[in-house]
Design a protein around this ligand. Structure first.
Ligand SMILES: C[S@@+](CC[C@H](N)C(=O)[O-])C[C@H]1O[C@@H](n2cnc3c(N)ncnc32)[C@H](O)[C@@H]1O
Length: 326
């Protein structure tokens, strides 16, 4: 049974953090069958301990389309939680540093899910293609996209596809920027996954990749007093079962840099996403949430804090082919 926590509604419209954009209000309306708090002026945050099901191992044995179709309702709930909001806002503020404003950038969002990042980027003026193998996730994105202004809608292309199709469908060097947030850890073959992404990124183009931090897996279990689990995770080789009940395989930063480098991607910078709030389940006022996002954004690039974050975000550039290997 889901538990619910209550936070006060933002007192005015001047707050930097736009909860409508990040999806809290949508999340609430989709869940309208659930009891909303009778008091005015409160948001409800679902705690995710209701989301776990039987563990499912990464990628190979399960088709991602089938897996994410089955998980879509649970995953969509996550976007409206404090953890989901912090993740999204920190990733965006880091990515924003690398996107030139007012440029007609061609962006590919691989595993776009519900399309929140893709929609945000078309609203920033870019041309965005979102691909996802899950019809259900993509339908949620399409539904959301139907509310865009027609000028923004025209710059958005949503397709059912996975990474294996990108080269054939789009051709080499067809994107200036690729986003791949929270997808690689589900892949049975991360090597070929990264190769596929790299194949459609133009030379000097930017990849923003988010994965689970294999060097910090035990913190959550320890914070939640699951000490046996925490101990096991110290030597799990990056494997863990998240709140969705799916086994994933995270990376350490050196592993990730080496993997990217093999495919001509040079890591320019990396960030730790969710340093302090991974197990935060207290209710928060909107002001508190805003302060937390600011704290997390600042900590995401500060040593040693970023090393202990739940997620890693690498920003890499594609090396041009040298005359020696062309
Ligand atoms: C955890 S969700 C992340 C969604 C979104 N990127 C975000 O950050 O909110 C992972 C998504 O990746 C998609 N996915 C899984 N394997 C994929 C693959 N091989 N290629 C493209 N998308 C994939 C799933 O269907 C799912 O929608």
């Amino acid at each position: 049974m889901a538990k619910w926590q209550v936070a006060r509604r933002r007192p005015n419209v001047d707050l930097v953090l736009d909860l409508a954009i990040i999806g809290v209000e949508d999340h609430m309306s989709r869940r309208s069958a659930l009891p909303l708090h009778p008091q005015q002026g409160h948001f409800l945050f679902e705690q995710e301990d209701s989301l776990a099901s039987d563990p499912t191992p990464p990628g190979s044995e399960v088709d991602p389309a089938v897996l994410f179709d089955a998980l879509s309702d649970n995953f969509l709930s996550y976007y409206g939680t404090v953890r989901g909001i912090v993740r999204r806002e920190v990733i965006r503020s880091n990515l924003g540093r690398y996107l030139a404003p007012c440029q007609p950038l061609r962006i590919l969002d691989v595993g776009c899910g519900e399309g929140l990042d893709a929609l945000w980027l078309v609203q920033c003026g870019y041309h965005v293609t979102g691909i996802d193998p899950s019809e259900k996730m993509l339908n949620a994105a399409r539904q959301r996209a139907s509310r865009l202004r027609p000028t923004d809608r025209r710059r958005l292309d949503l397709r059912v596809a996975d990474d294996r199709k990108v080269l054939k469908v789009f051709g080499a060097n067809s994107f200036d920027v690729i986003l791949c947030h929270g997808v690689i850890m589900y892949q049975a073959d991360p090597e070929s996954f990264v190769a596929n992404l790299s194949s459609v990124l133009r030379p000097h183009g930017i990849l923003s990749l988010v994965t689970k931090n294999a060097g910090a897996l035990a913190y959550r279990s320890a914070a939640e007093r699951q000490f046996d689990d925490a101990r096991r995770l110290l030597s799990s080789g990056g494997k863990s079962v998240g709140r969705l009940g799916v086994e994933t395989k995270g990376h350490t930063m050196p592993e990730l840099c080496a993997l990217l480098e093999k495919h001509s991607l040079k890591t320019e910078h990396w960030f730790g996403v969710r340093v302090f709030s991974d197990s935060l389940s207290d209710s928060l006022t909107v002001k508190g949430l805003q302060e937390l996002v600011e704290l997390e954004s600042a900590a995401s690039c500060v040593d040693p804090y970023r090393h202990s974050a739940r997620l890693l975000q690498a920003v890499a550039t594609k090396r041009p082919r040298s005359i020696h290997n062309s």
